[in-house]
Design a protein around this ligand. Structure first.
Ligand SMILES: *[C@@H]1O[C@H](CO)[C@@H](O)[C@H](O)[C@H]1NC(C)=O
Ligand SMILES: *[C@@H]1O[C@H](CO)[C@@H](O)[C@H](O)[C@H]1NC(C)=O
Ligand SMILES: *[C@@H]1O[C@H](CO)[C@@H](O)[C@H](O)[C@H]1NC(C)=O
Ligand SMILES: *[C@@H]1O[C@H](CO)[C@@H](O)[C@H](O)[C@H]1NC(C)=O
Ligand SMILES: *[C@@H]1O[C@H](CO)[C@@H](O)[C@H](O)[C@H]1NC(C)=O
Ligand SMILES: *[C@@H]1O[C@H](CO)[C@@H](O)[C@H](O)[C@H]1NC(C)=O
Length: 375
């Protein structure tokens, strides 16, 4: 209720402005990605908040899986201001599904269903540019991926840059992407550009041609780094990575290591990891450090449990904007019980199942651990 009250209040000035007299450009001009000030900015000169493993939810739909990376679904992530969505695509007996590490661990359904959810959101939000990053875990072909986009009827929104085999230094402005209605930027890790050409799907952009990333899979708040890790061509070479024109993607999430090489997202610390300031390893300080290292603001900040902590504030500060048109989902989060399920509080119970790389299925239940070999 408190949050709803605040968001109603924040709408008041707009409503009043519209009711009282002459047009005021700063209050009536249309926002692009939650701010009129971003419309004229290049896609490569803004910071966007990313939901890591966007469709992998820790909610009732997955039995509050400890493998889940987010508490609310992709639609609500977009409503709340997230504009980069990442996911992993796996081969599930011949069908391309979104699975966390393995389809026996967490299967979030066909890639096409998720794309249809995004398409539906984009239909309703014609002034927003959305970016997706599909980790092509089992090396699906360009044509197989393309069929999923076709099935979701989302190809109409895809953007294809003038070149697909090398980074582009200055991307179009948000306004020009919106004007052409090519508002979906699609990265795939990895995809061979020559195969996308053959499949007539050149909008499937090879991620590491256009983007560099710092390391991920860290388990310590003291271990965040801005130094490029991928692609190999620019590993350890910060200024070179920036000079190539690649966009910067800053991974900023922590895992907890369990036994048998299993790692799960660190939900207990997410509100600190995603904070704008505070304890070591907060997003705000890391983003500032990366901006200094890169000599420009980072393009994507990728987080788990995006609505824990105030990650979006860090993004707004980097962009220098006061946002409009977002929905606060923090009230919903508790209702979704990712945090409060079964009275487990912030830490949560280690419910759910995990499949290790050695093929062992480990069920970690309430106070009991059962280890059994898969057939
Ligand atoms: C429009 O409104 C904003 C915010 O109320 C104000 O700062 C600005 O001066 C106004 N501009 C014009 C042209 O009236
Ligand atoms: C990025 O945007 C800021 C704010 O509008 C502007 O001052 C800066 O010149 C832009 N940089 C580039 C490289 O376009
Ligand atoms: C997203 O979550 C909300 C809240 O649980 C729900 O109402 C909505 O139907 C969900 N949307 C999709 C596309 O799953
Ligand atoms: C928009 O479409 C026009 C006409 O096809 C084209 O010249 C222009 O480059 C496009 N802009 C972007 C950002 O793709
Ligand atoms: C983060 O974790 C990765 C993978 O374990 C590791 O390669 C990297 O060195 C770590 N980053 C830092 C800054 O230690
Ligand atoms: C932190 O990074 C260092 C250097 O890469 C690595 O040796 C160490 O294992 C990492 N610690 C944790 C807890 O990830």
């Amino acid at each position: 209720m408190y949050h709803r009250f605040i968001s109603l209040l924040s709408l008041l000035p707009v409503a009043l402005g519209a009711a009282l007299g002459p047009r005021n450009s700063s209050t009536t001009s249309t926002a692009c990605n939650n701010s009129p000030d971003l419309c004229s900015r290049s896609y490569s000169n803004i910071t966007q908040l990313g939901a890591h493993d966007s469709p992998f939810l820790r909610d009732a739909s997955t039995g509050y899986s400890s493998s889940g990376n987010q508490l609310v679904n992709t639609t609500l992530q977009l409503d709340a201001g997230v504009r980069l969505l990442t996911a992993q695509a796996h081969d599930n007996n011949g069908a391309l599904h979104l699975c966390h590490t393995s389809c026996s661990l967490l299967d979030a359904g066909p890639l096409s269903s998720w794309l249809a959810e995004i398409k539906s959101w984009m239909d309703k939000n014609p002034n927003d540019v959305v970016t997706i990053l599909v980790v092509n875990s089992d090396g699906a072909t360009a044509n197989t991926l393309h069929q999923q986009f076709v099935a979701a009827d989302i190809t109409q929104y895809t953007y294809t840059p003038p070149q697909t085999t090398a980074a582009i230094k200055v991307w179009p402005t948000l306004q020009s992407l919106i004007a052409n209605n090519t508002r979906l930027i699609t990265f795939v890790a990895d995809i061979d550009p020559s195969t996308t050409q053959a499949a007539n799907a050149q909008y499937l952009l090879n991620e590491f041609t256009f983007v560099f990333e710092n390391p991920f899979e860290n388990t310590s708040a003291t271990n965040f780094s801005c130094v490029p890790d991928r692609p190999l061509a620019v590993r350890g070479e910060t200024s070179e990575a920036v000079a190539t024109g690649r966009l910067s993607l800053v991974n900023h999430f922590l895992d907890i290591s369990l036994a048998f090489g299993i790692a799960v997202p660190d939900i207990a610390n997410a509100h600190l990891t995603n904070a704008n300031s505070g304890v070591v390893g907060n997003l705000g300080d890391s983003a500032k450090a990366c901006a200094t290292a890169f000599g420009k603001q980072p393009n994507f900040l990728l987080v788990d449990f995006f609505d824990q902590g105030n990650a979006i504030e860090t993004v707004d500060k980097l962009n220098g904007i006061t946002p409009v048109g977002r929905t606060d989902v923090s009230g919903l989060t508790d209702a979704q019980k990712g945090l409060s399920n079964a009275g487990s509080g912030r830490i949560g119970l280690l419910g759910g199942s995990f499949k290790t790389s050695t093929g062992l299925l480990v069920l970690v239940g309430v106070g009991v651990q059962i280890l059994m070999a898969l057939s």
